[in-house]
Design a protein around this ligand. Sequence first.
Ligand code: KIV
Ligand code: ZN
Length: 508
Amino acid sequence: MEKIIIFDTTLRDGEQSPGASLNGNEKLEIARQLAVLGVDVIEAGFPVSSQGDFEAVKMVAKNIRGPVICGLARSLKKDIDAAYNSVKHAHRPRIHVFLATSKIHMKYKLKKAEDEILRLAVWAVKYARRKCGDIEFSPEDASRTEKEFLYKVIEAVIEAGATTVNIPDTVGYATPFEFGELIKGIKEFVPNIEKCVISVHCHNDLGLAVSNSLSAVLNGARQVECTINGLGERAGNASLEEIVMALRTRKDIFSGVRAGVNTKELCKTSRLVSKLTGLNVQANKAIVGSNAFAHESGIHQDGVLKERITYEIMRPEDVGFGETRLVLGKHSGRHAFKERLKKLGFAIKEDEIDKAFSRFKKLADKKKEIFDEDLETIIDEELTMVPEKYRLFHFYIASGDQVKPAANIKLKVDNKILESRSNGDGPVDACYKAIDKITGARGRLMDYQIRSVTSGKDALGEVSIKVASKGKCVSGRGASTDIIEASIKAYLNAMNRLSYAAKHLNGL
Ligand code: KIV
Ligand code: ZN
């Protein structure tokens, strides 16, 4: 098995993500977690860029044991000095020197000819090598560099002492087959290439960073530069978690290579990086997104409950995710619904499940995700033993700061629809008065409480009340995403209890 060196550049290229800036302590915290994750190299920063970054890289170098600690430098003396002075405290320091080699960069950015670039690259590597035994060189914008010139530069920097040559697709322009061919060409046409490790560094401008990196591995690259959550300049870099899990999940394709990363730490690392950079991970992000192991479709949930591998190619626990989440929503089926009730400890008969399931479907049409608390409320209401003499058929309210609140209520009472309207001090009072006109109960509200059963703006609200009437006091509960509807349901629940009690019980 050949090892794929995982070079993490979250703290350098990742920190170049617009909006993500990390202080020294934050970098150290992430570096600690990267060491636990088991990455091979940590590129901790670009030391010459600021005193703060210099100190941060130094702190990482002094405190983190295990991975190689690397600092980035342009091919300039002051950059190489700063990089060395910050990483020299590490057990295994590395200096990463870069210089652009594409025609576009040489002409417009550096304003230098090929000869001068070649000379500078060789000088920089030799200078860095005098300070440190582990030198990486990157011909920036390699994927847009003339092949012959690229081979020449690579050969020369290896001769000068580079131990790793990194091939960056700086602007994310390459496509997988093409990038794989580039690596193949380098292996074939650079005579001394066996003296160094070939690395790749792909940007994600076309969403191809991971594919390009994997194609490079298939063609001989043995170091992959990547970042947690795919952070990085512009659209980011190849995502570390995707690279590692692709190598592991598709061993049939990537036979003979392995990455020594502790995948169970992936989610934890992703969350830490997201928290400290302030950059959220999109829900559908592969491997670490909150939906990466969540199934909502009834067909998928049914499949996963029968046999996980029907719809899951990785085990969530292998990336530290906890367990598969079956999200109950409008696409969910009876199987998942029943399983969740079982998990919640409800032993319910089949005919009762039907009733509860149809209630669940109605709620799921109004609300995106149904939480366990929603289910408890449904079950509580569906399985109540009190017969429903009064059932809400329709309601309409008018309310506002310039109108007197009014309600129009239609109830189904013993299979007849009865209608009534009333004004009130507020919309709930108007509804209750209109209901009283139908039931003739004239209830006195002794207590009224409302609480959100679940979280979010579309939460299910539960109303609990106490109503006194004709010398009796009963409670009532109702739930809905509409609090007026929940209030009406609670009142009708209380009315049903009153009516039941009047008929069957001698007082409550
Ligand atoms: O994208 C790039 O080319 C880089 C180099 C410094 C390696 O980040
Ligand atoms: Zn980059």
